[in-house]
Write a protein that binds this ligand. Structure first.
Ligand code: SF4
Ligand code: SF4
Length: 314
């Protein structure tokens, strides 16, 4: 995996919520977790995927006609067993109803794609954020990209689920200014149930990274917690994480209210819908903010983080 080349499933420009200043986000495909509330479901698999957006289909039949493997029994019905992912269908779909997730790009490709915004990054105090999916699944590629950006004076931030082999990503860490580190469910068994893997390694990685930051031998680490009603918003979960962060000397975090953005993507990829998910109310968010504040932890919204205040204080 270390030398593997990732697929990139999106590059978003002019973003304001994933680090300081104006940023471009590079989305790496592949994730070791399977959080029930995931909004980027197209990031899970490392392999390319084809989505069908029925509402965009004009029923022209080109996909059925052009597929060299005859993988379509009819429009909208593609048998993935016959598909060899040549993308003839997505390339020939005139309406964008068939969409490809995951394109192979080299470090050089990405540098050229991002280069037109370098001056904007510099004047706004922004940069590039690696996200996904999980960019640390590709330690060599992501560190090479970060190194190239850094050499051009571009700040690099990483968004991570925290489940990685710390030793393998040391070269990447050297190129980062900031890490947004996602914490989710405090209880190990419940984390396994809701996110598809335990959280012992995640907690240990967070501890080690904060330790490194305190010794000024690693990037600044900023925790983020998604707020999903009945999954991550319980009193025990908030108290558990607040105690953990306090033990590490961290007095800030970002909370990210659940949003059902991923629901359509599940349908497009032919996955069953998830149930029992809803947007937290304002009152629920305020009560979580109060709980953290009572524990001495300042709460921020995505994009509203005062990184400098805490960075200089570390
Ligand atoms: S990706 Fe290629 S093989 Fe697969 S359905 Fe489309 S055209 Fe057919
Ligand atoms: S090529 Fe695209 S628009 Fe035409 S039938 Fe297929 S999915 Fe629909």
């Amino acid at each position: 995996m270390g030398s593997a080349k990732p697929l990139i499933f999106s590059i978003q420009h002019f973003c304001l919520h994933d680090g300081p200043g104006i940023r471009s986000l590079v989305f790496f495909k592949g994730c070791p977790l399977r959080c029930i509330w995931c909004q980027n479901i197209e990031s899970w698999k490392q392999e390319p995927e084809i989505a069908f957006k029925a509402h965009l289909c004009i029923n022209c039949g080109r996909c059925v006609e052009k597929c060299p493997e005859h993988a379509f029994s009819e429009v909208g019905k593609r048998n993935s067993r016959f598909c060899r992912y040549c993308f003839t269908c997505t390339d020939n779909c005139p309406s964008g109803a068939l969409t490809r997730f995951g394109v192979s790009k080299s470090v050089e490709d990405l540098m050229e794609e991002l280069r037109p915004e370098f001056s904007l990054f510099k004047t706004s105090g922004g940069g590039v954020t690696f996200t996904g999916g999980e960019p640390t699944l590709y330690p060599e590629f992501s560190s090479a990209l970060a190194k190239n950006l850094h050499a051009e004076g571009i700040d690099v931030t990483l968004e991570t689920c925290g489940l990685f082999n710390l030793e393998k990503i040391r070269p990447l860490l050297q190129e980062l200014q900031l890490m947004f580190f996602d914490i989710k469910v405090f209880d190990e068994a419940r984390h396994r149930k809701l996110c598809g893997a335990g959280n012992t390694d995640i907690k240990n990685n967070l501890k080690s990274l904060v330790n490194d930051w305190n010794k000024k031998s690693g990037p600044f680490v900023w925790p983020r917690l998604p707020i999903v009603p009945d999954m991550t918003d319980g009193y025990d979960n908030i108290k558990g994480w607040a105690g953990f962060l306090n033990d590490l000397g961290i007095s800030f975090l970002t909370i990210v209210p659940y949003h059902p953005m991923g629901a359509n993507k599940r349908r497009w990829l032919g996955l069953p819908p998830t149930h029992n998910l809803r947007i937290p109310t304002d009152e629920e968010i305020h009560s979580i903010e109060r709980l953290f504040l009572n524990e001495g932890i300042k709460v921020y919204k995505p994009g509203g983080e005062n990184i400098k205040e805490h960075y200089t204080g570390a």
